[in-house]
Ligand binder design. Sequence first.
Ligand code: ADP
Length: 495
Amino acid sequence: MLGIAALTAALHVVGSAFDAVNIALIYLFPVLFSAVYWGLAPAVFAAAAGMLAFDYFFVPPFLSFTVQDLRYLLSFAVYIAVAALTATLASRLKQQAKHAKDREALTAALYSLSRQMTAIGDLRALLENIASQVSATLEAPIAIYLPGAAGELERAAWSPGEHGFGEGEPPMAIADWAFKHGEPAGKGTGTLGAFPGLFVPLRTEERTYGVLAVRAEEAPHADSRRLLEAYGGLAATAIARVKLSEEAKLAHLTAESERIRTALLDSVSHELRTPLATIIGSATALMESDDVFSSADRLELLGTVRDGALRMNRLVTNLLGMVKLESGMLALRRDWCDAADIVGVALAQVKGFKQNRRLIAKLPEPAVYFPADEVLLEQVLVNVVSNAIKYSPDGSEIVIAARQTGPWVRISVADQGIGIAEADRERIFEKFYRGQNGGGTTGTGLGLAICKGIVEAHGGTITASPRAEKGTVVTIALPAGEPPTEDRTRKEEEA
Ligand code: ADP
């Protein structure tokens, strides 16, 4: 209206310079403008208003709707026809552009969802992502149903802030139907249409994974339905991918635990049998032919029995330690420990089976204190020193040294043994890993794994490196601390 009024005023000023046909053509502008911006009906309105204005102001007699020259009626008809045609074309073009834009937005939404979905590896996060994305695009609440442990459908995810949609018996029953039949159900599908929602199965070629539901008061438009089905397909593929990878992980875990169980059984039975055989042998000899043996022989046999028992004891302690570490039950009982004490106790424990190695302790002066679980650290040190004994020749020297360097207390065990190949230096701390250098020695490959677990629980590190001349140095580094003074005094008093 405003455009036509302005145009009429403008034409009135210069109008006399134009003839009527040109003026009629100029009146087509508001029609085109309305058609492009507002569609068909406003364009027709603009055409009618333009024609009336043209008639009233520019067709003689002026300032009247009557038409003197009847040929003008033909011009009016042509004008209306051209206006209607251009308006129809323009509005159709506009609709197509809108459609193309909608399609593009839709494709972009699907693409972004599919991209996000491939990046998510966890089922719960995936479902929540689908629910929030789909509900944002469709601007309606969403619910996703998946079969639970018992095979019954459960509402597994819903759009954020919409806790209620899809709960209760009717929607569950519809979801169940869609799941079992693998077909859409609810509003606009001809099946169970009373409930205000559309349910589409999450289906891949092979199977149906669940159901996606969206609230719909009316039967949804074909476009939204197609979109929802596309989302359903995408979601199903993503769920299939996550489920497959979970299944693969589980299969891998099962195989791994099977392998560990076999390795454990093998090595434990071997490790237990060897000392058991010596214990049984020595004990039987002592019982049956006691009078044959001199007291020195008897002592030696008893020593063998004790060594065997100690070896078994170490194995059992390590196994228990492993179980505790694995189950996360390893509780540290930290207290201020004296490094010298720990070395002393560990040396006393290995004395029984040190064979002919020379054990030399180099202790720090003044004493070094640090917060640790004394019993567990002794276990670590016994394992490391036992290895040094086990993997070094008769008569060689083993040096156990403790010192503080900066914020770390380091306890090192250096032997003159067979050494560790470079490739093995990290791997020997893995569970059940036995070095290539082992040769005839028996073992479980558990000792160092436990040491690492315990030391790391203390916030420390354990490493193996070659010794300058020959052999290995295993170094345990633990965080030092500043003990409270009264504690130190108490410890010193006790000492
Ligand atoms: P095990 O001694 O029962 O095999 P460990 O976990 O205690 O298990 O040790 C793992 C591997 O590390 C051993 O099999 C051995 O090859 C290597 N190893 C450990 N300590 C030493 C050492 N002091 N000298 C040489 N090799 C060692």
